[in-house]
Design a protein around this ligand. Structure first.
Ligand code: GUN
Length: 284
């Protein structure tokens, strides 16, 4: 019988723990962690994600604000807002919600966030630390996945982790984090020939493809751990990358929704809290 990795429940517990820590920080030092979210354009998924992040921040006691640009402003205007937040003592973390509309150079705009305020953890500086096995702020989705595996005492050491998807937000940092935890890692992507050959070998299969029901039962090994990062909306309903038939073959799997998504949000909040401790230590 496959066991569900209940990200929703674990995230709730972690939010409660975090709320306590934030209260204590405020009592001790008067510091309230602050997050600024920059959103550009009207991508509807981004609107939902940002809404969820703001709501979760409010619940744990993080001061969060959203700066929304319609998408007609110049890159300089957006960068100027980011630079203002870089200087703002009360802002500990900044995120630029991806994707930006095509008329902006997203990498350039996002690179203006100071490394010390990079709450997403996938800026150049933090990715560099990760690559050299000195982990500072870690990208929220992969770190949330590791926290979920840890909570269910699923070891990584010596295991074969196969990751499908090579994005900077999920696949790439996920691979390095697993490597740093002594897993053997295979990276697959849209150009991989004979994908099933690799996915069938996975002890832990992580799919971040973004195609509904892309991974079916004949692509997974009996007893594998299946991690589904896919959030695919079809006719108003959410579908993951992995089929229910494949989930039946697993030892553990994450549901969609209620698996990776809530873990990503709470891990982002934990990152903001960690960054606010830098303010307390006067270390930024
Ligand atoms: N777009 C999709 N996921 C994310 C995320 O975790 N952070 C940001 N900034 N943008 C995203």
């Amino acid at each position: 019988m496959a066991v569900i990795l209940d990200g929703k429940e674990l995230a709730k517990k972690k939010r409660e723990e975090l709320k306590e820590k934030i209260l204590k920080l405020k009592e001790k030092s008067g510091i309230i962690p602050g997050l600024a979210i920059v959103r550009v354009g009207n991508n509807s998924a981004s609107e939902t994600y940002v809404h969820n992040k703001l709501k979760a921040c409010q619940e744990v006691g993080i001061n969060a604000l959203e700066k929304h640009f319609l998408g007609m402003e110049s890159e300089e205007e957006i960068i100027s807002a980011i630079e203002q937040y870089n200087q703002d003592e009360n802002i500990d973390g900044i995120i630029v919600q991806s994707p930006l509309p095509d008329n902006y150079n997203e990498n350039y705009v996002a690179s203006k966030v100071l490394g010390a305020k990079d709450a997403d953890g996938f800026g150049i500086e933090n990715l560099g630390y990760l690559l050299s096995n000195q982990e500072h702020v870690l990208a929220a989705t992969p770190k949330g996945i590791l926290n979920l595996l840890d909570a269910y005492q699923i070891p990584l050491e010596g295991k074969h982790v196969v990751i499908v998807g090579r994005s900077v937000i999920v696949g790439r940092p996920m691979a390095i984090m697993c490597l740093n935890r002594h897993a053997t890692v295979t990276m697959c992507h849209s150009k991989t020939d004979n994908l099933a050959k690799y996915t069938k070998e996975a002890d832990i299969l992580i799919s971040a493809v973004g195609k509904p029901y892309f991974i079916d039962d004949e692509m997974v090994k009996d007893g594998a751990v299946l991690i589904d990062v896919g959030m695919n909306r079809v006719d108003g309903k959410w579908f993951g990358d992995i089929t229910p038939r494949a989930q039946e073959k697993a030892s553990f799997y994450t549901p969609v929704p209620g698996g990776v998504g809530p873990m990503t949000v709470v891990t982002l909040l934990e990152n903001v809290y960690e960054l606010s401790l830098k303010r307390e230590r006067k270390d930024r």
